[in-house]
Ligand binder design. Structure first.
Ligand SMILES: [Zn+2]
Length: 328
């Protein structure tokens, strides 16, 4: 589907919300015709100068062929990708626009794939000091623990898992090895453990695999594991707010959850619940709208200066051990 003007996209989302109620799956908002529409919203030239240093804590970097395959999938089953940029171009694009640092993520859906991805990421990070790269592994694959140990030794600073793509819930037995490896190395785990955005084209049903209750068990069983759940835990915003208030080993990132793109209102209360535990992240370049759309939405919330500085950069620097940016 071609991009539609932003107002049409909003109207579509609002109509879906009005008739469907909050329990309706997000990707059904379109009828359930996929892909969802792209938005033709205006993009900024740079990060606004009055904003504090920005870290994008959720950027995707893959080898070219993996990106190409991913974009074909998104174009059919998700949303049109507005920025079809390969890894080096992604880094240049964001840094040239004033983002000070990126946390780069990838994930493996087949056994034997993670080592190649991790080596690709480690190589890229060696030449780009403004990129903090995370490792991945397919939990349960042969030698999974060693794959992670080797990736950490190569300089990767945490692990990314994706429950939907990997078809494993947070309570799957295969996950424990990863939780233990991250706890032992004191490196964070970014795990897409919320139920949305749930494409019907996944091999498994994210609603059957994922729940805030299952994440709570992980937080309880691994108190030394620093866990970050993307998309503000979508769509269980209330449950994740309660978890944030109870657990000091949980972080959330804002990725796609504050864009006014999906048919749910921005959970403003959740953003304010723990200003030290929420990170700005975008999913760039796999976006159907402007690269800085969520930056603008967050700035418009008029958070206190301190909360904004934490949300846009300081929390990510603390979680991933990123040095403070040099003054420009
Ligand atoms: Zn992502």
């Amino acid at each position: 589907m071609d991009a539609v003007p932003e107002d049409d996209g909003r109207a579509l989302a609002d109509a879906a919300l009005a008739c469907a109620g909050p329990a309706r799956r997000w990707l059904d908002a379109n009828g359930p015709k996929l892909p969802l529409p792209g938005l033709d919203d205006a993009e900024g030239e740079r990060v606004a100068p009055h904003l504090p240093p920005v870290v994008d804590a959720h950027v995707h970097l893959f080898p070219d062929a993996v990106f190409d395959a991913l974009w074909r999938w998104f174009g059919r089953y998700g949303w049109p990708i507005r920025y079809k940029l390969h890894a080096a171009q992604v880094v240049d694009f964001l840094l040239q626009r004033g983002v000070s640092h990126l946390v780069a993520l990838h994930y493996a859906h087949l056994p034997g794939m993670a080592r190649v991805l991790n080596e690709f990421m480690a190589d890229l990070c060696r030449s780009r000091p403004q990129v903090t790269g995370l490792a991945t592994v397919l939990p349960g694959e042969p030698g999974a623990r060693q794959v992670l140990e080797d990736a950490f030794a190569e300089g990767l600073k945490g692990v990314k898992l994706h429950c939907h793509v990997q078809c494993l819930g947070p309570d799957a037995p295969e996950m424990h090895e990863v939780y233990a490896a991250c706890s032992a190395a004191n490196l964070p785990l970014v795990m897409h453990a919320g139920r949305e955005p749930a494409s019907p084209a996944y091999r498994c049903d994210p609603y059957a695999l994922c729940s805030a209750d299952r994440v709570e068990r992980v937080l309880r069983d691994y108190p030394r594991l620093r866990l970050c759940v993307p998309h503000l835990g979508a769509d269980e915003f209330d449950a994740y707010q309660a978890l944030l208030e109870r657990f000091d080993n949980l972080w959330l990132d804002t990725t796609m959850a504050v864009a006014d793109y999906f048919p749910v209102p921005t959970p403003v209360g959740l953003l304010a619940a723990r200003p030290d535990r929420v990170l700005y992240g975008t999913d760039f370049p796999n976006l159907p709208y402007a690269w800085d759309r969520e930056l603008g939405k967050l700035a418009a919330l008029k958070l206190s200066e301190e909360s904004q500085a934490r949300l846009l950069g300081a929390n990510a620097r603390a979680l991933f051990g990123i040095a403070a940016p040099r003054p420009q």
